[in-house]
Design a protein around this ligand. Sequence first.
Ligand code: HEC
Length: 320
Amino acid sequence: MAGQFQKYKLGAAGVGGMLGLSMCITLFFPSFDFRSGESTWVGLDKTLSNGRVIGFSYEDPTVVGNGKPITVVLDKDPKTGEAFDPPIRAYVYKPGVPLAAGVRHPANMGPTVSKLSIDKGRISEVADGDPAVFTVESADVNGEEWSYVSNASAIRGWTPDMVLNAAGDDNSFYIGRGKTVYITEGCWWCHTLLPEHTQDWQVFGTPPFLGDFNGEMPTAFGSDRKAPDILHVAARNSSKEWMTMHFFNPRLVQPNSIMPRFDYLWGKQDANGNDIDFDGWRAAYTEYVEGKTAYPPEVPEFAPDSEARAVIDWVLMSLR
Ligand code: HEC
């Protein structure tokens, strides 16, 4: 009897302690100002390549990836011809494309990054919907290196057409549209974008910093994992061929994969403008699975404006 009472008292003390702790969190935690978190290079690259919003927005009410910027890789200045070694990324906003959250609300990027982006990067000289090109630059503040957003249209005189022509289609990446595909296809039911501070780290790479997500919406960390974390997938597998086969039908490369095939992201026509014969493809694939043929059928080359291209661009260029 006495022993049981003792246990009850301990339990009551435990509950009291918890209540006290939660009260402390309520009282003191709000004094942490989230806006003091500074964007990293990764965060700026994401906000600029994803564009304004990835989920529902008035600019893209049916969430098909309209109104997204294009990320390009440049090995020389399209205006002066000066070589960039290593090549740099530029983020192209054609007329009417809504500005990224970080540019629209600079405070999102944290006090130092926001000040650099306004003072040195002249980002407040662009209005929403204006054609614009941005780059991420770095500056030294009191001996520390900071990344900030730079308005390359104002500073370098770059226009969207000039930059897109210089890069060509091979060096243009539809990262923002690809992230939209990740959201609308529900990839996050199986995948996460958040390696944790556990043994995870050794397999999936380093957990993100707070500033890697400033200005990104939604972050799509995911909550349930039936499949590998893919925050850094391109660092372990950067093969476009593998990704192409795996998205068309994961069983081509992982015989027991539970990942659905995403062949419909190819659309109706392939890269050469020919209609894709999905029924024929599946019939040939079934023969291969049954052992009647030695090789699976060839995966059609995706068209440059297909969702398949966008999601592969996002995987290979953003998840590194
Ligand atoms: C039903 C669960 C499921 C869904 C939905 C799903 N995947 Fe997967 N995915 C997997 C599994 C399981 C793997 C591990 C390899 C395999 O079995 O194919 C995988 C592997 C991958 C890989 C390679 C990972 C690595 O570590 O090499 C990428 C990239 C990927 N998926 C992207 C996507 C994208 C993008 C979507 C949405 C268009 C998606 N997946 C939807 C289950 C899923």
